[in-house]
Design a protein around this ligand. Structure first.
Ligand code: SF4
Ligand code: SF4
Length: 358
């Protein structure tokens, strides 16, 4: 019999999220559904700049936005976008957010307003940020880790970055910050190396590791890096083999991990993760920007999600299994299905949050 993660929740350490995250997110979803909203934001993806101090081989952003790399989103504009989206969770990415001259003001203002904020970073500038942004249960650093030293440095195309990321994790954990990691899986990822890394960062004290296959951004220089849907399932079936996951701690919920393994099917719900950049809201989603718009409401036109985008509707969606499109799908799909909530709860996900971001 094929084993799923649902059958083996005990082997994976539960993520250590604050209870308030799960409670508030659950209440937010319920409130919106009671108001009759079919589609609404869950996580605002905020990209206050697109400039980076690295040039990773799988990164589309720094190439797609090459003409506006010097553009820094004003604090008021960032806050306005978050308010207009209305989602309780904000995931800050880019580009490298710690380069933004007012990132501390953006994060501290969001935290003061009790948004749950995740800041994705390669950690190169992390030490200098720690005096400016105090630890909070509403704030979590998310450190980019694509493998152990050799594989990570290869992925970010610079040696020494792994060690600086590890130092950043240690320093942040020591100072009392919430810390997660995020990992993109590519065709050249080494499954044994990833297992070692997930155990390593768990031992360093991170809340959990976020995991997603890469999306074949057309601007990324090496198109051979990206997995097809079929290849992704094969890799994740191996990586997420329940008999070999001891000591790992994932932030993603177990239904999404089972989706990655090919045990479940979902249609994309990328409308739940609207992405605001220095050029406006990406339409339709985090991976695709057929246009940019000033009005977040434009992302909720039913035609987009009923006719235009999603698996089977647009060929660019056929290999996409990214968390921004499908992890929220597992949550929305579980509404009204008590057995699925039992899966969340057993794994520690619903009781501690159940949502991953970034
Ligand atoms: S650290 Fe992030 S934003 Fe910077 S190049 Fe790498 S993937 Fe792109
Ligand atoms: S499936 Fe398509 S619409 Fe959904 S997140 Fe992926 S690329 Fe975007």
């Amino acid at each position: 019999m094929v084993q799923t993660l649902k059958d083996n929740p005990a082997v994976v350490k539960p993520a250590k999220r604050p209870m308030e995250l799960g409670v508030r997110t659950g209440w937010y979803i319920l409130k919106n559904r009671l108001r009759g909203r079919k589609r609404f934001p869950l996580v605002t993806m905020l990209e206050p700049l697109e400039m980076c101090n690295l040039a990773c081989i799988g990164c589309g952003r720094i190439r797609e936005y090459r003409g506006v790399l010097d553009k820094m989103m004003p604090v008021a504009e960032a806050m306005d976008a978050v308010h207009k989206s209305g989602a309780p969770i904000v995931s800050i990415a880019g580009g490298e957010p710690t380069i933004h001259p007012h990132i501390d003001e953006i994060i501290n203002t969001l935290v003061a307003e009790k948004y749950f904020v995740y800041c994705c970073t390669n950690a190169l500038l992390l030490p200098r940020m720690l005096d400016k942004i105090p630890p909070s249960k509403y704030f979590c650093w998310v450190i980019h880790m694509d493998g152990m030293e050799e594989k990570h440095d290869e992925s970010v195309a610079r040696s020494g970055v792994f060690n600086r990321a590890v130092n950043g994790i240690r320093l942040a954990v020591d100072k009392g910050y919430r810390v997660c990691t995020n990992t993109t899986v590519f065709r050249n990822s080494d499954v044994d190396d990833l297992r070692e890394m997930f155990r390593y960062v768990s031992d360093l004290g991170v809340e959990g590791s976020m995991l997603s296959p890469g999306y074949d951004f057309e601007d990324a220089p090496d198109q051979d890096l990206f997995l097809t849907r079929q290849e992704s399932r094969k890799v994740f079936r191996n990586l997420l083999d329940p008999t070999r996951m001891e000591g790992m701690r994932f932030y993603n919920n177990p239904l999404y991990l089972n989706f990655l393994r090919g045990d479940r099917e979902y249609q994309c719900t990328a409308w739940s993760n609207p992405t605001y950049t220095v050029m406006g809201w990406r339409k339709p989603c985090y991976p695709l920007a057929d246009e940019h718009t000033d009005d977040v409401a434009d992302l909720y036109e039913p035609k987009l999600w009923e006719e235009q985008y999603g698996v089977g509707r647009d060929p660019r969606c056929s290999n996409c299994m990214m968390h921004c499109g499908f992890e929220s799908a597992t949550i929305f799909n579980a509404i009204g299905k008590p057995r699925e909530w039992v899966t969340f709860i057993k794994s520690g996900a619903a009781s501690r949050g159940g949502i991953s971001v970034g």
